[in-house]
Design a protein around this ligand. Structure first.
Ligand SMILES: NC(=O)C1=CN([C@@H]2O[C@H](COP(=O)(O)OP(=O)(O)OC[C@H]3O[C@@H](n4cnc5c(N)ncnc54)[C@H](OP(=O)(O)O)[C@@H]3O)[C@@H](O)[C@H]2O)C=CC1
Ligand SMILES: O=C(O)CCC(=O)C(=O)O
Ligand SMILES: [Mg+2]
Length: 406
């Protein structure tokens, strides 16, 4: 038994006092935010536990740094390491638009079957927001992370593969109601019952464990009936079958009663949801949604509470324990190596990681430090440009400010 390895036994994570945790630095602003994140996590762990606990960081490679070092964008060793050590953290990785390789981020999620992308969105006092009452936003998104049009199954116009798909659709499937001009490219949207159920199960379980009032299934099932529509139907059915949900006020909404608490399971169509989160965000707690919707919703919700500079996340397989914690934002290439951007998304992803490991004292210290730095208006450019009388800090300086306020 390797004493520095986190293990997963009977559905529970077992964390030694000095676990090895793999990290991927990431492209673009990755190296800046990683430096600040490492400093903050290491300091918090040391402050909370002294020499008794420590994270033994192990760098694993993906993206630009990996290609330069190994000639591969996503080496098998990286996947194996994360599978072995179970809990990992990563910076953002570049995905070219319109051509080139497919997303390494998506590849990591698919290859490790990290089916739930979990993104909490809440407002920290003092953070500038475009809405009047950002404190009403306190949601957590459970985004299906392995299926949907996001999975990258598509064929480019003018290729023999596309012609095959087109012929199949027209001649065998008799799809004749829409045009298929020579310029058409086609993508496929797989959505399965298994994929839906494990995601919705995780969302409902989270809501029960954390005494939340509702889980909202967000979908576009009126238009994409057999994918998004089934996501909604299977989600409700799972609530009935596994959580003994009953019709709420005649249905289709459901109610689960557990330990004296009531949890409402409801649904809303995705476009309507995007206006509801601005107008009436306090009506939503836990969100269960498909991959592409979840991507859009995460950035839109993040904007309400200060932007993607402060939007953490995790990719988790609750059946194997394997998890990668990562910021919601991307590589922000125009800010690369400027020591400028807000490291809070990555740092708060680190907080989620510490909580997942059960190291809550260290996690709480980081949140205290972050709140303190924001309260003193010592912030990075994204907040400073919207705050009266704030002091502009670099990315590294903001990391130091969190440490000073722990
Ligand atoms: N999980 C991942 O690894 C992800 C990777 N990506 C990839 O990242 C690349 C760039 O994508 P792009 O669409 O530009 O999105 P980004 O999230 O990288 O950046 C968009 C804008 O968001 C703001 N922003 C991003 N990060 C921060 C931060 N830490 N602090 C403050 N503001 C921040 C900046 O706004 P402003 O200009 O106003 O200052 C920035 O210009 C693409 O290759 C994309 O595929 C994208 C998302 C997730
Ligand atoms: O993989 C990418 O490049 C983008 C991923 C993304 O936007 C996300 O997961 O939120
Ligand atoms: Mg995104």
């Amino acid at each position: 038994m390797n004493e520095s390895k986190i293990s997963f036994v009977n559905g529970k994570l077992h964390v030694p006092n000095k676990p090895i945790v793999p990290f991927i630095e990431g492209d673009g602003v990755g190296s800046d935010i990683w430096k600040a994140t490492k400093l903050v996590i290491d300091t918090a762990v040391n402050k909370a536990y002294g020499d008794y606990r420590e994270i033994k960081w192990k760098e694993v490679y993906a993206g630009d740094k990996s290609f330069k070092k190994t000639g591969e964008w996503l080496p098998e060793d990286t996947i194996k390491s994360i599978e072995k050590y179970l809990v990992a953290i990563k910076g953002p990785l570049t995905t070219p638009i319109g051509g080139g390789m497919r997303s390494l981020n998506v590849a990591l999620r698919q290859q490790l079957d990290l089916y739930a992308c979990v993104r909490p969105v809440k407002w920290y006092e003092g953070v500038p927001s475009p809405v009047k009452a950002p404190e009403k936003v306190d949601m957590i998104i459970f985004r299906e992370n392995t299926e949907d049009i996001y999975a990258g199954i598509e064929w480019l116009h003018g290729t023999p593969e596309l012609e095959k798909i087109k012929n199949f659709l027209i001649n065998e499937m008799k799809v004749t109601a829409i045009r298929f001009p020579d310029t058409v490219s086609i993508g496929i949207k797989p959505v399965s019952k298994e994929g839906t159920e494990r995601l919705v199960r995780a969302a409902i379980q989270y809501a029960i464990d954390n005494k939340k009032e509702s889980v909202t299934i967000v979908h576009k099932g009126n238009i994409m009936k057999f994918t998004e529509g089934k996501f909604k139907e299977w989600g409700y059915q799972l609530a009935k079958d596994e959580f003994a949900a009953k019709d709420y006020e005649g249905g289709p909404w459901q109610v689960i009663t557990k330990n004296g608490f009531q949890l409402i399971i409801k649904d809303v169509i995705a476009d309507a949801f995007l206006q509801q989160i601005i107008l009436r965000p306090d009506q939503y707690d836990v969100i269960a949604t498909l991959n592409l919707n979840g991507d859009y919703i995460s950035d839109a919700l993040a904007a309400i509470v200060g932007g993607i500079g402060i939007a953490p996340g995790a990719n988790i397989n609750y059946n194997t324990g394997v998890s990668i914690f990562e910021a919601t934002h991307g590589t922000a290439p125009k800010y690369k190596d400027q020591d400028k951007v807000n490291p809070s998304s990555e740092i708060l992803s680190g907080v989620m990681m510490l909580e997942y490991m059960g190291w809550n004292e260290a996690a709480n210290l980081i949140v205290k430090g972050l709140k303190g730095a924001i309260h003193k208006k010592t912030v990075t450019y994204d907040f400073e440009r919207l705050m009266e009388g704030a002091t502009l800090l670099k990315c590294s300086e903001f990391g130091n400010a969190i440490v000073d306020n722990m």
